[in-house]
Design a protein around this ligand. Structure first.
Ligand code: NAD
Length: 240
């Protein structure tokens, strides 16, 4: 119950799916959570604060970091979870569709990391977690934009891990790469395809948002104090 006692955590995309489950899990573990997203949500937990944010707006990301510092005096962790899909085969994928996904999934993560990093640098302490995907590692039909964005996050995470700790600061940066997780992101995937994805895992089932939230909680907690620059697969043993 107290794994994250008094830790201040910013979660982009903290209002739906994996981010929502993570907001509740971390609050249950004693964290003060700032759930930031484009869609408004009210939380029935006094330790979760909603902030409206579009991560593609660098100034708004800065405003969020400044506000959290003003209210709490520190930022212990960032979960850069906000992400979108906009799938099509290449002949139907427009440049706009490609750029939109890169803009949210890559530039948006850069924007929020850039906003919190100076505060963590001052504290000489912090934990940042990005969310890649199994398709960032293996690729996927109809997801050239999304898989490119998720592969980019692996490089970004490893670069941040090296750069942010280079003067001995205790700032850890890791990436979680989920397999197929039952959220709204999969709502348009036909059942026969979901069944196929299940059968491609060793555990023969899809994952739940709570199972990703558990790993994110571990990566923010002091129990993962010697883990940085890592990509952790959470995919039921899926191999594509
Ligand atoms: P979801 O669609 O349920 O939730 C996405 C969240 O991101 C929402 O809160 C939404 O408001 C927020 N968001 C989207 N664009 C935003 C923007 N521009 N600014 C701020 N917030 C924004 O999705 P999910 O399934 O919970 O996915 C969460 C993360 O996990 C994403 O990065 C996704 O790519 C990744 N992921 C999901 C799966 C899966 O199978 N569901 C698998 C691998 C990785």
């Amino acid at each position: 119950m107290n794994l994250l006692k008094n830790k201040v955590v910013i979660i982009t995309g903290g209002t739906k799916g994996i981010g929502l489950a993570t907001s509740y899990k971390m609050a249950e573990e004693g964290a003060i959570v700032y759930a930031c997203a484009r869609n408004n949500v009210s939380f029935d937990n006094e330790n979760i604060h909603f902030l409206h944010l579009d991560v593609t707006d660098a100034q708004k990301c800065q405003d969020v970091a400044d506000k959290v510092i003003k209210e709490q005096g520190k930022i212990d962790a960032l979960i850069a979870d906000a992400g979108i899909i906009n799938d099509a085969l290449i002949n139907k994928m427009t440049t706009e569709m490609f750029n939109e996904v890169i803009n949210v999934n890559v530039t948006g993560v850069f924007n929020i990391i850039k906003a919190v990093q100076p505060y963590m640098d001052e504290q000489k302490n912090g934990s940042i977690v990005t969310i890649s995907s199994i398709v960032g590692e293996y690729g996927n039909i109809g997801q050239i934009n999304y898989s490119a964005s998720k592969a980019a996050l692996i490089g970004m995470t490893k670069s941040c891990a090296k750069e942010f700790a280079r003067k001995g600061q205790n700032i850890r940066v890791n990436c979680v790469a989920p397999g197929y997780i039952l959220t709204d992101m999969l709502k348009n995937v036909p059942q026969d395809l979901l069944d196929k994805f299940s059968s491609q895992t060793m555990l023969k089932r899809l994952g739940t948002p709570e199972e990703i939230a558990d790993v994110l909680t571990f990566l923010v907690s002091d129990m993962s104090s010697y883990i940085t620059g890592s990509v952790i697969d959470v995919n039921g043993g899926m191999r594509l």
